[in-house]
Design a protein around this ligand. Sequence first.
Ligand code: NAG
Ligand code: NAG
Ligand code: NAG
Ligand code: NAG
Length: 369
Amino acid sequence: MGRQTAAALVVLWLFTAAASAEGDYMKYKDPKQPLKVRVKDLMKRMTLEEKIGQMTQIEREVASPDIMKKYFIGSIVSGGGSVPAPRASPEEWVNMVNGFQNGSLSTRLGIPMIYGIDAIHGHNNVYNATIFPHNVGLGVTRDPEVVKKIGSATALEVRATGISYTFAPCVAVCRDPRWGRCFESYSEDHTIVQSLTEIIPGLQGDIPSDYPKKFPFVNPGEKKVAACAKHFVGDGGTTNGINENNTVIDWNGMLSIHMPAYLDSISKGVSTVMISYSSWNGVKMHANYDLITGYLKNTLKFKGFVISDMRGIDRLSTPERANYTYCVQVGIHAGIDMVMVPDEYVEFIDDLTLLVKKKVIPMSRINDA
Ligand SMILES: *[C@@H]1O[C@H](CO)[C@@H](O)[C@H](O)[C@H]1NC(C)=O
Ligand SMILES: *[C@@H]1O[C@H](CO)[C@@H](O)[C@H](O)[C@H]1NC(C)=O
Ligand SMILES: *[C@@H]1O[C@H](CO)[C@@H](O)[C@H](O)[C@H]1NC(C)=O
Ligand SMILES: *[C@@H]1O[C@H](CO)[C@@H](O)[C@H](O)[C@H]1NC(C)=O
C-alpha cells in the first residue's frame, strides 16, 4: 500500500468520531471496500480548496464554526495557555469542540476536524485534569509500563473533551543539560528514550496482531487519541544547548543518537511526527526535504502525517515571514503535510493555492498530504 493509502487509516479512524452525512452511497465509508478503493473514492470527491483546508491548522482563538466551513479547516490547535475560559470545565471544552466540529467537513464528507492539544505540558488542560510528572522525571523511573499507563490515563481525559490528538511524546535526546527544554526529554541516553516510547500505545492503543506492520494506528474506540513523535530531529543536540539552534553532528551520529526513537515510534504505530525548529548542520529542519521526505517518508516508510511546529515555516525566511510565499513553498516541498499556521490562515491558504495553480507545488504533493 502507498503512503497515501496508509495515511488514510488514520483519517478513516477519525470518521468513527464524526456524524455521517446522509445521501448517496459513499464508497469510501464502506469498510467492506478495499482501502485503496476507499481512498481513491474520497480523493475524487474533494476539491483543491478542501484539500488545502485540511492541511491547515488554526488557533482556537481565531476559529469559529463559520470559518471552519468557509475555509474547510482541517484542524484546530490550542496554543500555550489557549483555553475556552479560565478554569474551563470539561463541558465548556466539549461544547467548544462540538461547535468547531459542526462547521467542519464532517457535515459534507464525514471528515471531522482534528483538535490538537499539548496535553503533556499541562498549560492548556481542562481545569482539574490530572497532571503527571514531566518527561525528565518519568525518565528516571526506567519503567515503560508506568509511562504507558500515564499515556492511557492522559488519552482518556483528553478524549473525554472530544479532542482526538495530542502533541506527545517528545522523544528528544537531551545531549546538553543547559538546554532549557531538557525537562521535556526522557533522557540523555537514547535507549531510555526508545523504551519510553511505550507511551505511544498508551495514548493510541495496542496494535492488533493482524494489523499491517509500521502503519499508523489509533484504537477506534472512544478512549484513545492520535499521538505525535517530536521534534524531528535532533532537537536535543543543539550547540551549547541553545534552544531551537543548530545541531552539528554527522549522519552516523544523527542515526545512532537522535533517530532511533523515531524508528520505535513508527513501529509502535505513531500517527504523526512534528518537525523541529532546530537546524541540522545549518539547514532548518522545516526545509529539510532529504530528512522529511527522503528519510522519514521514503526510507522509514512513515505513513502518518507530518506537522510543522507553531509558526515553524515562518522562520524559513529572514526576517521571519519576510517572504511567506517562499516559506510555504519550501515547507510544503520538504514534505510537511499539516501546517500549524496558526493565525494568518487566509494568507497560508491563498499562497498555497497559488503555488499549486502555478504548478510550483505539484498536485501529487497535496494529495500525499
Ligand atoms: C475542581 O476540583 C475541586 C476540588 O475537587 C472541585 O471543588 C471543583 O468543583 C472542580 N472544578 C471543576 C471545574 O471541575
Ligand atoms: C452541533 O450539532 C449538533 C447536531 O446538529 C447539535 O446537537 C449541537 O447542539 C451542535 N453543537 C454546537 C455547539 O453548535
Ligand atoms: C544559534 O544561536 C546563535 C546565538 O544566539 C545565533 O546567532 C544563530 O543564528 C543561531 N542559529 C540557528 C541555526 O538558529
Ligand atoms: C518570494 O518567494 C517566491 C516563491 O519562492 C518568489 O517567487 C518571489 O520572487 C519572492 N518574492 C520576493 C519579493 O523576493
